[in-house]
Ligand binder design. Sequence first.
Ligand SMILES: O=C(CO)[C@@H](O)[C@H](O)[C@H](O)[C@H](O)COP(=O)(O)O
Length: 354
Amino acid sequence: MEVVQRGQLFMISMSRKGRALGMITFAAPSQICFRSLQVVLEVLPATLRELVQSGKDIEAAYWELVIKDIQDACKLFESIYDETNGGDGYVSVEVSPRLADDTQGTVEAAKWLHKVVNRPNVYIKIPATAPCVPSIKEVISQGISVNVTLIFSLARYEEVIDAYLDGLEASGLSDLSRVTSVASFFVSRVDTLIDKMLEKIGTPEALDLRGKAAVAQAALAYQLYQKKFSGPRWDALVKKGAKKQRLLWASTSVKNPAYPDTLYVAPLIGPDTVSTMPDQALQAFVDHGAVSRTIDLNVSEAEGIYSALEKLGIDWNYVGTQLELEGVDSFKKSFDSLLDTLQEKANSLKLVSL
Ligand SMILES: O=C(CO)[C@@H](O)[C@H](O)[C@H](O)[C@H](O)COP(=O)(O)O
């Protein structure tokens, strides 16, 4: 196990054999691009001026900046990708969140991004909304690697795994080893919502379950992962070089300061998982986190918590749907605000406005 930091991007990962790995990295456009766009805006206003003066609208200028940014990041991680034989060293770029309910639009956007970025270690990031699950299958079948984001429930996670398996099976490729995927399962937000519901219920039993739902569900997701990536169907794909779709823990920073600051990292360490961490969570883990396999230490406890919550009236499907709506909405807001910032800058440079 190893913690790697390059610039603002981090990963902790443990390989199947417990060997320390390099890094894989992910960032929503709001994170990676906003940081780099700040640099662009401060240091290179000429780039933006040139782009807009060449007749591009702000969104087209945005994509041009993002693509260059992602290509540079891919280059930075290329050696890790090569050293791990395509296991790590990826960079994600997300299709426009405005397409989250558009199956075919998402497929087209993913194919376009994959083509223009043109790097082997790029993940095209697609949200796990109901309309985009078929897009995931289609994009995987075209040999494009995917980071499936915004997964909040076990039911949707199973659909995402099936989309990956269906996509691999539908692909005409004889060697599947370069088509990879991660399933980004969001953790802390589950507690944020369920804690509120438990407080509303207000009984001692309900209050005692606060801060336990997210890790319990994540532990069960790992059980599902192990089940789905074994058996005859999976073995047939392995013969063609297929790689497992790794589980990636997203939303790992603690939102309730009363909880331990490594709550969403320490209990979720296991083979083939990826933990993404913002700076604060990473610093906390480096400072006092312990590295050992924890993900399947307490499976029966996780099952108990999951069903105790159900018995209290917590509807896991409602939780998943609600968090997905909020997640898509917040990705859209980040995207819109980024475009607004870019437009303001363009205006201040006395450029052509839209
Ligand atoms: O989208 C992915 C992974 O696909 C995440 O890495 C994502 O960028 C971040 O983890 C989340 O947006 C952060 O979530 P939160 O801490 O705001 O709940």
